[in-house]
Write a protein that binds this ligand. Structure first.
Ligand code: SAH
Length: 206
């Protein structure tokens, strides 16, 4: 089933072999309740509780491809959710710092991620702040729809760093890649429409 999913992703235009091999290495069915086993390798998003979703595999693959991650890079993820995206980054050799604002989800995913050998640190906080104590980062990926570009995150990018985010409010957002050059100038590229759950403010206790 996992091999078939990889074929589907290739047919939808994913070319980066490192991304495809990471998705092939990760048992996505571990991330879903066992009663939904047959859905685990379909190219569809899926509810994971607390009103949140594990993104569609194509979206994870495309975002990861656009992020251009290399081994040993420091990568900040906003929106831990199920932890699947963090595992993909971890499998590619990144040092992952991932932030989740919902306490229950944070606690559950933090415990679950112990099943994997990856370098992933989890944090319970509002990702709009970034993680100043661990900055700067080579890469920052937001996996919730941001109504505006969080300036804190731009500041926490290294020169040469990349921030990737679904930007916009409403049902549909634009996948935007912002690259900071050595002088600190920003270049913005747009990669089309996606649908994410909203990036909210502040931590949530439930
Ligand atoms: N990357 C996840 C998918 C995340 S869904 C995965 O691979 O499964 C988006 C997640 O972003 C949700 O869990 C939501 O609670 C979280 N989120 C929304 N706003 C946030 C914020 N300001 N800071 C941190 N996490 C946030």
């Amino acid at each position: 089933m996992r091999k078939q999913l990889i074929k589907t992703l290739e047919s939808k235009g994913i070319k980066d072999k490192k991304v495809l091999s990471a998705i092939e290495n990760i048992p996505r069915h571990w991330f879903l309740d066992s009663s939904f086993l047959e859905y685990a390798y379909e190219d569809k998003p899926f509810p994971i509780g607390s009103g949140q979703t594990i993104s569609q595999p194509y979206t994870v693959a495309r975002q990861t491809e656009l992020l251009m991650v290399e081994k040993n890079m420091k990568v900040l993820e906003i929106g831990t959710g199920s932890g699947f995206q963090a595992c993909v980054l971890g499998d590619m050799g990144a040092k992952v710092y991932t932030v989740e604002r919902q306490k229950k989800l944070y606690l559950r995913t933090k415990a679950f991620l112990k099943n994997f050998p990856y370098r992933i640190k989890t944090f319970y906080d509002d990702g709009n702040k970034g993680l100043p104590a661990f900055a700067p980062f080579d890469r920052i990926i937001i996996t919730a729809a941001a109504p505006e570009i969080p300036q804190n995150l731009i500041e926490q990018l290294k020169p040469g760093g990349i921030l990737l985010l679904p930007l916009g409010f409403g049902d549909v957002q634009q996948m935007v890649r912002i690259t900071k050059d050595a002088e600190g100038n920003l270049k913005t590229e747009n990669f089309g429409n996606y649908r994410f759950v909203p990036m909210l403010k502040n931590r949530a206790d439930d």
